[in-house]
Ligand binder design. Sequence first.
Ligand code: FHN
Length: 479
Amino acid sequence: MKRKTLFIALLLGLFCWDLPAQSKRSSLNLEHGTHRLGKRTDAEMQRWREHGLGQFIHWGIYAIPGGHWNGKYYGGAAEWIRSWKEMPKEEYDNLYKQFNPTDFDAQHWAKMAKNMGAKYMIITTKHHDGFCIWPSKYTNYTIKNTPYKKDILKEIVDAYQQQGIDVHLYFSIIDWNHAGYRSSIKTKEDSIAYQGFKAFTRNQLLELLTNYPTAKGLWFDGTWDKAWVDECKFVDDLETEMRLLHPGLIIGSRFRADEFGKRHFDSNGDLMGDYEQGWERNMPNSIDDINGNDWDCVMTVPENQWGYHSDWKGYVKTSSDLIEMTVKAVSMNGNFVLNFGPDGKGAIRPEETKLAEEIGQWMDVNRDAIYGCEYVNLKKEGWGYFTKKGNKIYLCVFNRPMDNMIKFEVPKNGFKTTKAYFLADKKALNIADGGKDKQNNKLYQIAVPPTYSSDKAFVIVLEIEENPEDNSTYQQART
Ligand code: FHN
């Protein structure tokens, strides 16, 4: 008997081995684990969930060197140039005295984002270099002490909100400019200095929420340092304090760690924060990777440049790539957030302007397949992705089959459909009933007219009737 139990335990162990980290649930009594199991159900979070497409903006004084210093090229991400050995730290830390973005026009940025179809935006209030684009009263290293002087963050928040775009505030915990900042605590002096840094960080966060109360969320970054991870109680208390100050506030999974140092997912495997924030320049492959959580994907246009770099090297994504990523994210219940890096004068580079226009043109026609849409439990097909809203399923076709047949399977007891049309012009399409397979899945195919031409992905709408009565079954062969 004992042997049998051991065998079953071993077998279970084998099965668990391949499960994603967060599925290996345990039931530790955590003091600083997640605050909630399951998704948030309030209106603010529902609104966020329905955005589908967002814009990220990385803008700070790193845009002045734009990836170059003294004639030398920096190959890393432009916003990290201060960490480069060729970059004299003092010179970098004085660059703000030249920051005078005379081409900056918040209205223009916001209109561009609106035309692209972005429903929300995330702006870097402070990146790792510590420079603040708002006049923080807790440091002199702010926009107020540049030749520009004006509160850029306020201009951005106001302009985007006028366009109906929600604003989220990016905030880096790493702060290379603050005297008390440490990545780890090695001495008593470090510990004393870090106390000051913690107070400073808390002050700045409360200041942001107080001065920009219409911001919908905080997008944290630079939270991986051991010094910060070890402060789980302080960070947990701070999260509670911020949520009390700003009801409805949306915070992702990067902010804090539990008492065992686990980030994003606590030691029980449960998501920390309101949505999974780990999909950076990377996307899940299937809905199984998401484990029922909300999530966002933040993406650069070139491989890894967030702030302005004058030379993009390597593969630069096309609007078709980015549209496909948007659809893919929505088809798995996520939001796709595309990054822009304006230059030191505040201009958005022509490549990004063109991409935004092309994405916007596609969104103008196909927005119904994105906003408020969700995952559909249908077998993945090679031609593209499904999204769904109400009684409509959107077939987003990226790889048009050679035979022009868009095929899909509906599981038995699934929906019934008799009406299909192009989203673009509402032209009706014929749905052929392809019968059933051995598992009684219903097979359908829609013929796209060979004369139909489209230089980008196109969308077919299916109107469906959920769970219709259907008593016919697949006839098993008699052998
Ligand atoms: O180091 C940063 C990077 O510069 C950029 O801000 C991205 C955006 O998600 N976040 C960090 C790396 O995770």
